[in-house]
Design a protein around this ligand. Structure first.
Ligand code: TYD
Length: 160
C-alpha cells in the first residue's frame, strides 16, 4: 500500500458564523463520519493581509469589506482533511456557495440560508488546496497518520 502517493489534502475553514452558533463539533463530526482523516486543526484570528490574499479574486468586489469583517468576527477553525479525491469530496459535501441554493444534505444546505454566511470554506481544486494549506498551516502543524485506519476506509486496490 502506498497511500501517501494517492491521498490528497484540502483546506476547510469553519467560518465565524459556525463558531458563534456553537456548531463546530457538528461540522467536524460530518467530516469524521464520512471517513476523512483530520491531519491538521487549529483556531486562528484572520488578519487583513491573510484575507486579502485568500480572497484575492474578490478584493475588488463591493461586498469584500463586509466579507472581511464577517470572517474576522471570531477566530475560524482551520482543518486539513486527507483522503482519496478529498478536494472533490469536500466540495460536494459543502454544496454551492449560496446556502439557499445548496441541497439539503450538504453542509451549506443544512446549516445556511445565506450567500455569505455559508458556514465553511473548502478549497476548489487540488492546486489551490496546496497553496491554501501552505497559507494557513506551518509544515509541522500537519501530521502524517500513516496506515492508521486506512484499511477501514478504503479497499486495498483503491490505494495501489
Ligand atoms: P467564492 O470563492 O466565489 O465561493 P466559494 O466559497 O463557494 O468557493 O466566494 C468566497 C466567499 O465570498 C463565499 O464563500 C462567500 C463570499 N461571497 C459573498 O459574500 N458574496 C458573493 O456574491 C460571492 C460570490 C461570494
Amino acid at each position: 500500500m502506498n497511500q501517501d502517493k494517492k491521498l490528497e489534502r484540502t483546506l476547510v475553514l469553519l467560518k465565524p458564523n459556525i463558531v458563534m452558533r456553537g456548531l463546530m463539533g457538528e461540522i467536524i463530526t460530518r467530516f469524521e463520519r464520512k471517513g476523512l482523516r483530520i491531519v491538521g486543526m487549529k483556531m486562528m484570528q484572520l488578519s487583513d493581509a491573510l484575507l486579502a490574499e485568500h480572497y484575492a479574486h474578490l478584493v475588488a468586489k463591493p461586498f469584500f469589506p463586509i466579507l472581511r469583517n464577517s470572517m474576522q468576527a471570531t477566530p475560524v477553525v482551520a482543518l486539513c482533511l486527507e483522503g482519496l479525491d478529498v478536494v472533490r469530496v469536500v466540495r460536494a459535501m459543502a454544496g454551492p456557495t449560496n446556502g439557499r441554493d445548496a441541497q439539503p444534505g450538504t453542509i451549506r444546505g443544512d446549516y445556511s440560508v445565506s450567500n455569505q454566511h455559508n458556514v465553511v470554506h473548502a478549497s476548489d481544486c487540488v492546486e489551490v488546496a496546496a497553496v491554501e494549506l501552505a497559507r494557513f498551516f506551518q509544515a509541522d502543524e500537519i501530521f502524517e497518520l500513516g496506515d492508521l485506519n486506512i484499511n477501514r476506509l478504503y479497499a486495498l486496490d483503491e490505494l495501489d
